[in-house]
Design a protein around this ligand. Structure first.
Ligand code: PHE
Length: 511
């Protein structure tokens, strides 16, 4: 039994923490963070980054941990217990995360699996750009010109869904907890080995200093830098996905919520710093070997992992293949440990609501998910992914975050949750948290949406035709909304599940 009083639980506190860290540490930590640091003033970027962590990241993480622990449910159950009119928000967050992110995230992990195998023989390393775009993806000229499925990508995506299915099929403590207890230490060891390795390479230490660490305080006066810091914190801590609500719902009653939130965010940010060092060291070595400017070769996102990085690996003086295998294994592990957290959130939402068996739900989700992913395995995959990712992360998730602050801050009342968190934590959260959740964090997230919208309209995001953006961007979000509202109309089974444990207390401080 999964529900009600017999709800599954983590076997240990460490198991929960490792799974939460597994969700937070993902591809974004490896190929997004370092580039942002480089672009936005080196170590000076840590000022907006840690400010974003304190002002928005930690408050929302505390909110999600506290809410999941209090309500003992995935987002939909957690919200319906506050007010049945807001159940759809829980479904919206869940659907956006699953069908907006997991469908393409699984394909990207699939690419990493392909590249892991390609690393055994790096003879294609001469022209990595042509290999990635023309041979591997065989990229089409437009997001609406699918050009057929790429079979190697289809198979690796199937493998990724299969691995996720094996892990999620079993109960949380036997599936995700055990998998993460193996994955995360392995991830750390591999990353540390790579980190040690790059310090032996010519040009790496100086590149790390010049392009990654050396602070440029002038840059952080720009608004774009602050916007990027907030969006990175939000994405990297897996906030607004409903994941942390779900994971916290499996915690035993006796717990320390604030300590868990602090540890998760610190480890995640520390991992980003180490991963950035690895990436910048390797690319620095490449720039040094080829005698080119570092800024000419550095890229962000998939381009970094699949074109720049393989080139650098192919130039290594020894053990190139081993380095390549380890790097892509790091990406696969980081990706899968994040992916399973999305599947778990979706699964838990359905087992909560309909009392269906976990195994049936997981199997249905993984099969449907795989079929849904096929669109991203076509020759237009990367182009579609680019649009979906942009809209889902910048609008879908951020809207989820704003709504969640609103529901907790104003409907449940921030004071009620703060009191609950403080009762279960050794480190108490100060009253300023109420102000952050009610006013500051949602206001900042709104400003974030405003800036992105403005630049999207001015630049016509990615230069794509408007109807393409409407189909893949806005359409995707709109469809999620329709499904979310539709699901919220179904009755709960058993209906008593959504009874509130206790009436909300008065918001004694009125802030
Ligand atoms: N924190 C993850 C990252 O940085 C984001 C993520 C979480 C993506 C869960 C997918 C699933 O990559």
């Amino acid at each position: 039994m999964e529900n009600g009083n017999n709800r599954s639980q983590w076997k240990s506190q460490a198991g929960f923490l490792i799974a939460a860290i597994g969700s937070a540490v993902g591809l974004g930590n490896i190929w997004r963070f370092g580039y942002m640091v480089h672009q936005h003033g080196g170590s000076a970027f840590l000022i907006p980054y840690f400010s974003a962590l304190i002002i928005a990241g930690l408050p929302i993480m505390l909110l999600e941990y506290g809410l999941g622990h209090k309500q003992k449910g995935a987002p939909a159950l957690s919200f319906v217990k506050i007010d049945s009119r807001w159940e759809w928000v829980g479904w919206f967050m869940t659907i956006v995360a699953m069908f907006g992110i997991m469908l393409y995230y699984s394909v990207v992990i699939g690419w990493c699996v392909n590249y892991l195998f390609y690393s055994f023989d790096l003879s294609w390393g001469e022209d990595t750009q042509a290999f990635f775009f023309s041979q591997f993806l065989q990229l089409s000229d437009s997001p609406v010109n699918f050009g057929g499925v790429r079979i190697p990508i289809l198979f690796s995506t199937l493998l990724v869904w299969f691995i996720c299915w094996i892990i999620c099929f079993r109960d949380i403590s036997h599936g995700i907890e055990k998998a993460c207890l193996i994955f995360m230490p392995l991830l750390l060891v591999l990353t540390l080995i790579l980190c040690g390795w790059i310090f032996t390479l010519d040009g790496a230490p100086s590149a790390i200093w010049n392009n990654y660490i050396k602070p440029d305080f002038d840059k952080i006066s720009s608004l774009v830098v602050w916007r990027d810091a907030f969006s990175q914190i939000f994405f990297t801590l897996s906030l607004g996905f409903g994941i942390m609500i779900t994971y916290a719902s499996y915690l035993p009653k006796k717990n320390d919520i604030t300590k868990n939130a602090y540890i998760t965010s610190c480890v995640n940010c520390l991992y980003s710093l180490i991963a950035g060092t690895v990436v910048f060291g390797t690319i620095g070595f490449m720039a040094n070997t080829q005698g080119v400017e570092f800024s000419e070769v550095i890229k962000s996102g998939p381009q970094l992992a699949f074109t720049v990085y393989p080139k650098a690996i192919s130039l290594l003086p020894a053990f190139n293949s081993l380095f390549g295998i380890m790097f892509f294994l790091v990406l696969v592990i980081a990706g899968i440990s994040s992916g399973i957290s999305l599947i778990e959130t979706f699964t838990c939402s359905f087992t909560d609501k309909f009392d269906w068996s976990r195994r049936k739900v997981v199997s249905t989700i993984c099969i449907t998910g795989f079929f849904g992913s096929i669109i991203f395995t076509t020759r237009a995959g990367l182009l579609i992914l680019d649009i979906v990712d942009h809209f889902i992360t910048n609008y879908g998730l951020v809207c989820g975050g704003i709504l969640e602050c609103f529901i907790i801050g104003w409907i449940l009342k921030a004071t009620v949750l703060r009191k609950y968190i403080n009762e279960t934590s050794s480190m108490k959260i100060p009253v300023i948290w109420n102000i952050l959740i009610k006013y500051v964090t949602p206001a900042i997230l709104l400003v974030l949406i405003y800036f992105t919208l403005k630049s999207d309209i001015v630049k016509n995001y990615g230069g794509y035709p408007t109807d393409t953006l409407i189909i893949y961007g806005i359409g995707w979000i709109f469809l999620s909304l329709i499904f979310a509202v539709g699901l919220s109309f179904y009755p709960w089974k058993p209906p008593t599940k959504i009874d509130r444990d206790h009436e909300p207390e008065e918001d004694e401080l009125l802030i």
